[in-house]
Design a protein around this ligand. Sequence first.
Ligand code: GAP
Length: 450
Amino acid sequence: MANDATMEKLVSLCKRRGFVFQSSEIYGGLSSAWDYGPLGVELKKNIQNVWWKEMTQTRDNIVGLDAAILMHPRVWEASGHVENFSDPLVDCKGCKNRFREDQLPEENRVSRRCPDCGGELTEARQFNLMFRTHMGPVADEGSQVYLRPETAQGIFVNFKNVLQSSRVKIPFGIAQTGKAFRNEIVTKNFIFRTCEFEQMEMQFFINPSEDTRWFNYWREQRWNYYLNKLGIRPDRLRWHQHGPDELAHYAKDAYDIEFLFPFGWSELEGIHNRTDFDLRRHGEYSGKPITYLDEETKEHYIPYVIETSSGLTRTVLMVLADAYEEQNLGKAEDGTSDLRTVLHLHPRLAPVTVGIFPLVKKDGLPEIAREIEASLREDWTTYYDQGGAIGRRYRRQDEIGTPYGITVDYETKENRTVTLRDRDTMEQKRVKIEDLAETLRRNIAEFHRQ
Ligand code: GAP
């Protein structure tokens, strides 16, 4: 299957069908912030639910957390973000465009000339990516707080609370999803890099002597998740190991899972060996050392952390880009090309699982269709549509990735069967109404990416 998605087409589909809108659009828009519309919010929630189930509910040794976005400012001193979380910023003296020096093409870095207009670039300045705000009525140094730039620190500072309240033993993990904020110098490519975004992170606490084993374990787990749980095509995923100059200030080793976005290979998730950096520093900065006592061996140590850190909003973009296809189905009845846009979303992720269509708006067919909808609603997201030609109704659902369509026709009145249409193959089978739920359940469980 060709990779038909371009950023233009995705942005346009997202707006037209209500996945993603520009923030504050009626005021001209706020760059690098986006709103999730009726379909986008379902897709995002479905991704989050699949991740949560995969990382917590199906495992004995990982528990959840939902920490506050605003934290004590000392957290960010201890974590190293105040000192190190910055990008080198350069401006063009000619066109005034702004760049991250480390992302400039090699030739521009050497010549110190702007890639857009050839003008002279300024010296690099370090620019801290944390958003600052103030807590309380007086905006002075003492009231300064930050919007968290990663969810991870909420987990580290709660390590002892979780340990004491949850009967967990090393090795164990804490998972959380939530908003994070970075004052990115260059935001582009739609929801790929934004100032406000969502992360899904898990910190796995281990005995330091076992870091290589657990690092490899989590790399494998996370790779398989993208293939098997999200149904991403394997040829669009690859590994990238961080070189010494790329490693974050806390990392001993790091691998990114990259996806082939329409604009090229880019990071989707990082798997990091953070060593004992964070727990050690929070122990030092808070004056309350954070250690772990192994009851069996009586060993006392600061745990190491293997972190899996993925972007939820970035995953939304990946899933859409991976699913998008334009198909030419030959000639339509009027002689023009019959084109269909389809999202091959995994049924677990699709905003609507099943579309329900009475063939006509009369003769009792809508009533039967509504009855079927009511019987499936508890388990799946349904969408009832009785407007327009049936072929057009199918295409509307194909474009938003609805994997199944149920059509109620005159035969339904005779023998209580309906047609069940598959989005990817477009095949239709007759199924008894009483067997619909079971058939859907089986199809979803056995779904394979076309
Ligand atoms: N706790 C480790 C951490 O935050 P990171 O590599 O800086 O590591 C992890 O971020 C993930 O968060 C990235 O792989 C990406 O998916 C997502 N992410 C980071 N910055 C982002 C941004 N500005 N916009 C959207 N997603 C972002």
